[in-house]
Ligand binder design. Structure first.
Ligand SMILES: *[C@@H]1O[C@H](CO)[C@@H](O)[C@H](O)[C@H]1NC(C)=O
Ligand SMILES: *[C@@H]1O[C@H](CO)[C@@H](O)[C@H](O)[C@H]1NC(C)=O
Length: 996
């Protein structure tokens, strides 16, 4: 009996050992968290020690817990400092990428005395940075990246004893980048990027961190110059100061960074030249990005002699040649130097020794030929050379470059035939050879170009038949081959291009009939075959191309009746003139409005006056008259410009001494100033902007307020020669009526026109002054960080309300015609107002709300697709432009940018959404907290920019949709972190964008 009891006791013995103390602590810790992925599933409380549990590491001798790794465990809950600090031998904690959502407890942290490594990056921690963390005597690694910490960096952070890594990237930390960080002499990595610091300088004290290897201060609101002292960081390998507002020169001390591998300085306002020498000491340097600054001078030869991998110097003002030596960098894979003033030929061995992937030299003054060995290593992806003076033929070797996917050689002087192989490269999606002197034909090898989506051959000397093989290109979206000498008939296979949106072959020598089976062009938007030699009938199936809105078959030899099926289309442009069509015109088009669509068809009768009988002579008469008018207008314009230029030269220093007695004042509000006060202040020193329609002055009034005065440019009348005074001379009789209409507008979101001063030959428009300038200037400057999402949303809302007022509440309705971010002005509280009706016209309600304008107004990137080629304007064109503004607000990007390649912002957003997803579209400066709301506003923007006008919502509807989005959104009022804002520029300042 006793023996059996003893035996039982022995058998039971192991079970009486229970989980040790540290295990019990961890069991408590487990209860703290929400654990949807069952990370803790093997934390079994029947174990004796926790050492085998997932995420737990113990000392092998003492079985005491030394490290906890909960990275990527999807845990949610507070940071359990009081529990963790009871593990006496714990040295390392990682909660990397979880949902830890508390504050860090100031009082408990110092108890974790053994901690060396603390990684809490990518969580949801909030509150202030705990100053007590600096008391941890052994702490070497502290990473709090990607949380929501706010407030300033505590002063205690200057007292870390052993800290080597400090990561505070992507939080909400304010205040300055503190100088005391320069006291952490053990520091190797300092990462403070992407925090909304107040504008401040880089503390020169950071130069004391002589152990530093990484200094990462991207987008920290830094201003002023880069301190010389940074040159003392002799161990630095990675320097990133990009996306700040740094100015002044790049200090030559930077070339003392002999260990540096990577230097990122892009998107600042740095000026002056790159240090000309000293680079040869930087033997480790591999990557340099100083693009998007105001740098000048030449690209230093010494820099190019280093074994660089990536050199980005685009969007500066560099001049001179690209040093030959860059071709010896055996690792060079990226060279982007577009938009500079570089000249000369490209190094002839470029690409011969290195695995070049990206080459973009667009928009310079380069000449010479394409280096023959660019694709020697067979990996070249992009060859972008548009807008230069390159010449010669495309080297045959590029025809073998199977890796290529974008080729843009437009606007150069290239000539000769395109190598057969180039037509058929399997990965090329864009082949743009526009505006060169290429000759020869399209090779049959094009059959294998299975990824080609845009084939742009316009304005060259291409000739011969368009090969049947073109019908194999299932992905082709655009084929533009206009202004060449293609001949023969259109290949029958061309109707197989089911994705085709644009087919433009006008001004060639094509003959034969239109191909059979064109109803398969389901996505065709634009068909332009004007000025060829096509014959036969217009096929009735054309009426089934439901998205066709541009159809030009003019200047051919088409015969027969115009098919009634054309009435099924919603065309913005229809041109069948100068053919041999006959019979009745389909009733929908038998209107005077469409007269020009049918001119020059002797057999064509309809109810349109003057089309059918005896018109040919009169047409010639008209043509002659029109030509003379154009020539005359041209001469007058040139004379006007010359006169104006001459006048303007003399004007700069002369004050405006206008005979005040001749001024008449048209005021629209009760004025607190007199016109004389304004006239006296029109000094060249007060000019704050100028553009196509006039100069803008800021005038401070005696009352202490300010107004903006726009003086309209002189027009054609020759001024009084004896006078030195600039005469501005506005002849337009409609002007007064129009100004009066605008002056009557009273709306909180439309810039107030105080009054208009006129003499017989001069006009001044006096507007309210908007201290924060234009949305465009602010959004696309370094100050864009001021525009957080609530402010941007409010701006969209304000502008929408302003436009809705113009469209729906004015009688007759007013179409703005030049809606763009530069025409949306911001008051002191970032309230937005629509401005500059320079081209606004009251809509003619008789003409169904549409009216052909004699000039294209509007600015590049904002123009609705139908407007660009039909010149028909209605409210829908404004709505499109407003949609572009919304996309600008969401992406923080310019409406047109060489970076988009052949696209504009609208297309860029659509393709990026498709291919990469929403996160690549939203401005990285915007708080992801608002993502859901931003997505909804993005949808409104996309609706507004629908290619078909009919799909765009009215402005009233837009306002409604925006209101619905912003239900819970409160504007953080007056949240200006920076008193100093860019000075006020009215509109016009950047006219490069305007289409003339
Ligand atoms: C910590 O480790 C030491 C030895 O390094 C050991 O003596 C001690 O027991 C351990 N502490 C705990 C709580 O296990
Ligand atoms: C933190 O997360 C837990 C678990 O999801 C949740 O219950 C708690 O409410 C959250 N706390 C805060 C402050 O958001």
């Amino acid at each position: 009996m006793l023996l059996r009891l003893a035996l039982l006791l022995i058998l039971l013995a192991p079970c009486t050992f229970s989980l040790n103390q540290e295990g019990l602590i961890l069991q408590q810790l487990k209860l703290v968290f929400d654990d949807p992925d069952n990370f803790f599933s093997d934390w079994n409380d029947r174990d004796i020690t926790p050492c085998k549990w997932r995420g737990v590491t113990c000392d092998s001798l003492t079985h005491s817990v030394t490290s906890l790794d909960f990275s990527n465990a999807n845990l949610a809950g507070p940071f359990p400092a009081s529990l963790l600090c009871r593990l006496r031998n714990l040295t390392s904690i990682s909660f990397y990428n979880n949902s830890v959502n508390s504050t860090l407890p100031e009082a408990d942290l110092p108890l974790c005395r053994t901690i060396v490594h603390l990684d809490l990056a990518q969580n949801l921690l909030t509150g202030k940075l705990p100053s007590s963390v600096a008391e941890l005597p052994n702490l070497k690694y502290l990473d709090l990246t990607g949380n929501n910490f706010s407030g300033e960096i505590p002063g205690s952070f200057g007292t870390f004893r052993q800290l080597e890594v400090l990561g505070l990237v992507e939080n909400l930390i304010e205040g300055a980048v503190p100088a005391f960080l320069g006291n952490i002499s053990t520091l190797k990595q300092l990462n403070l990027s992407y925090n909304p610091f107040f504008p401040g300088r880089i503390p020169p004290e950071l130069g004391n961190l002589t152990n530093l290897e990484t200094l990462w201060l991207t987008q920290c609101n830094l201003i002023g110059e880069i301190p010389d002292s940074l040159g003392r960081l002799s161990r630095l390998t990675d320097l990133d100061l990009a996306l700040n507002a740094l100015d002044g020169p790049i200090p030559s001390s930077l070339t003392e960074l002999t260990s540096v591998v990577q230097i990122e300085l892009y998107n600042n306002s740095l000026t002056g030249e790159l240090p000309p020498n000293g680079w040869s000491k930087m033997t480790a340097l591999r990557r340099v990005d100083a693009s998007m600054n105001g740098l000048t001078g030449t690209i230093p030869t010494e820099l190019c002699e280093l074994p660089l991998e990536s050199l980005n110097l685009y969007e500066n003002s560099f001049e001179g040649e690209l040093p030959e030596s860059i071709a010896n960098s055996t690792n060079l894979y990226e060279l982007r130097i577009f938009q500079n003033n570089l000249t000369g030929a490209l190094p002839k061995d470029l690409g011969k020794n290195s695995p070049l992937l990206w080459l973009d030299v667009s928009s310079n003054n380069f000449s010479g030929e394409i280096p023959a060995n660019l694709c020697e290593k067979g990996v070249l992806l992009e060859l972008l050379m548009i807008d230069n003076s390159f010449s010669g033929e495309i080297p045959a070797s590029l025809g073998q470059c199977q890796s290529l996917n974008r080729v843009r050689l437009a606007n150069n002087n290239f000539s000769g035939a395109v190598p057969d192989g180039l037509w058929g490269l399997p990965h090329v999606s864009l082949l743009d050879l526009k505006s060169n002197s290429f000759s020869g034909g399209i090779a049959k090898t094009i059959a294998s170009a299975s990824n080609l989506s845009s084939l742009i051959l316009s304005s060259n000397k291409f000739s011969g038949d368009i090969p049947e093989e073109i019908g194999f290109l299932e992905t082709l979206l655009e084929f533009s081959g206009n202004d060449n000498v293609f001949s023969g008939s259109l290949p029958g296979s061309i109707v197989n291009l089911g994705q085709l949106g644009r087919l433009d072959l006008h001004d060639n020598a094509l003959s034969g009939e239109l191909p059979k089976g064109i109803h398969s062009w389901k996505k065709l938007n634009e068909l332009n075959l004007a000025n060829n030699d096509l014959s036969g009938n217009i096929p009735p199936q054309i009426g089934s191309l439901s998205v066709l809105n541009y159809l030009d078959l003019s200047g051919n030899r088409l015969t027969g009746k115009i098919p009634n099926e054309l009435q099924n289309l919603k065309l913005n442009q229809l041109n069948l003139s100068n053919n041999r069509l006959s019979g009745d015109i389909p009733p929908l088009y038998a209107k005077v409005m469409y007269r020009n669509s049918f001119l020059g068809n002797p057999g064509l009768c309809g109810d349109i006056d003057g089309l059918c009988d005896g018109r040919s002579d009169r047409n010639n008469g008209y043509a002659w008259l029109l030509k003379s008018i154009f020539v005359l207008a041209g001469v007058v314009l040139i004379m006007g410009v010359l006169w104006f230029y001459w006048k303007y030269r003399n004007f700069r220093k002369v004050k405006l001494a206008i005979d005040k007695s001749k001024w008449t004042l048209m005021s629209f509000h009760k004025l607190g100033f007199s016109e004389y006060e304004i006239l006296d202040a029109l000094d060249e020193d007060n000019v704050i902007g100028s553009g196509s329609s006039g100069k803008v002055y800021k005038v401070g009034l005696s009352s202490g307020e300010a107004v903006a005065v726009k003086k309209l440019w002189a027009s054609t009348k020759i001024a009084d020669e004896s006078s030195d005074v600039e005469k501005c001379n506005v002849q337009d009789d409609g002007f007064a009526a129009e100004v009066e209409t605008l002056g009557k507008i009273r709306h909180k979101n439309i810039v107030k026109l105080w009054c208009c001063c006129t003499t017989r030959d001069c006009k001044l428009l006096v507007y309210e002054y908007m201290p924060n300038g234009s949305l465009g200037d602010l959004l696309h400057s370094n100050k864009s960080g001021l525009l957080d999402w609530p402010i941007r949303y409010k701006i969209a809302m304000d502008a929408a309300e302003g436009l809705a007022y113009l469209h729906h509440d004015c009688v007759p309705p007013i179409v703005h015609r030049d809606v763009k971010s530069n025409n949306i002005l911001l008051d002191g509280d970032f309230g937005a107002r629509v401005a500059d009706f320079g081209v606004a016209k009251v809509v003619d309600t008789n003409g169904k709300g549409t009216k052909s304008m004699s000039v294209i107004a509007g600015s590049c990137g904002y123009i609705a697709p139908e407007y660009a080629y039909t010149l028909r304007v209605n409210e829908k064109s404004d709505i499109y432009s407003f949609g572009v503004v919304i996309l600008e607000l969401i992406t923080g990007r310019l409406p047109v940018d060489p970076e988009y390649g052949e696209k504009d912002l609208v297309k860029w957003v659509c393709t990026t959404l498709d291919q990469k997803g929403i996160d690549h579209v939203i401005d990285t400066k915007l708080d992801s907290w608002f993502k859901e709301e931003i997505c909804k506003v993005l949808n409104v923007g996309l609706l507004c920019t629908s290619p078909l006008p009919i799909n765009r919502p009215s402005m009233r509807r837009v306002v409604k949709m925006l209101q619905e989005v912003g239900g819970g959104n409160q504007l953080k009022n007056g949240r200006t972190k920076d008193g100093k804002l860019t000075p006020y520029y009215y509109e016009d300042a950047s006219d490069q964008g305007s289409v003339a």
